[in-house]
Design a protein around this ligand. Structure first.
Ligand code: GRF
Length: 199
């Protein structure tokens, strides 16, 4: 069975959705480890409650290369097949990316390439777009930039606040992240330049 690593920094709702899909048998994989750069991440707590391996590797004040060396060493212990970033709030170094070529996924709460970086839902509201959504993509060394696996669109309503819009997007995040993981684990795709061809 394929082994996932989940990297997170906070709430961990995407991790919970993935764990729930594994539990109900709709993703054929196991979560080998949940790793966080923040000790106080709620996601780590949930991982412990679920009896999963939960590792805190604090990043505060650490240089990226040195931190990522520690991260790689930790992940090697768990023989991980696929790394899923789920609200992991740090850029990964080139050496980390090389360690897991096309084996790192991220979820971002906008239709990339629109609104990369922090507060994507706020950016969408402030810009006045009528449609936004979420994106699951392969991770390269740039921010929110690698080849796109799946996207889902949601409408932006006139009465939306950041909270209501974020909640609408989050429901889609929870759906398409698991779908993207299934696709990658099945091997039913190929990457041609920036394009991910499914099937
Ligand atoms: C999500 O909106 C995700 O798209 C972004 O960070 C947020 C993480 O939420 N990368 P959660 O920790 O999975 O609840």
């Amino acid at each position: 069975m394929k082994r996932l690593a989940i990297l997170l920094s906070g709430r961990g709702s995407n991790f919970e959705a993935i764990a729930a899909n594994i539990a109900r048998g709709s993703i054929d994989a196991s979560i080998a480890v949940v790793l966080s750069n923040r000790r106080d991440a709620r996601g780590l707590q949930i991982a412990r409650e679920r009896g999963l391996n939960a590792v805190a590797l604090p990043s505060k004040g650490m240089d990226r290369e040195a931190y990522d060396r520690g991260l790689i060493a930790e992940l090697r212990k768990y023989s991980v097949d696929l790394v899923c970033l789920a609200g992991y709030m740090r850029l990964l170094s080139a050496s980390f990316i090389r360690e897991f070529p096309n084996r790192i996924l991220n979820i971002h709460p906008s239709l990339l390439p629109a609104f990369p970086g922090l507060d994507a839902q706020h950016q969408a509201l402030a810009y006045g777009v009528k449609v936004t959504g979420c994106t699951v993509h392969f991770v390269d060394e740039y921010l929110d930039a690698g080849p796109i696996l799946l996207q889902a669109a949601v409408p932006v309503l006139d009465q939306d606040t950041e909270e209501t819009l974020s909640a609408r997007i989050l429901a889609e995040e929870h759906r398409i992240y698991s779908e993207a993981i299934r696709i990658v684990l099945s091997g039913q795709y190929r990457i041609e330049g920036r394009r991910v061809i499914l099937g």
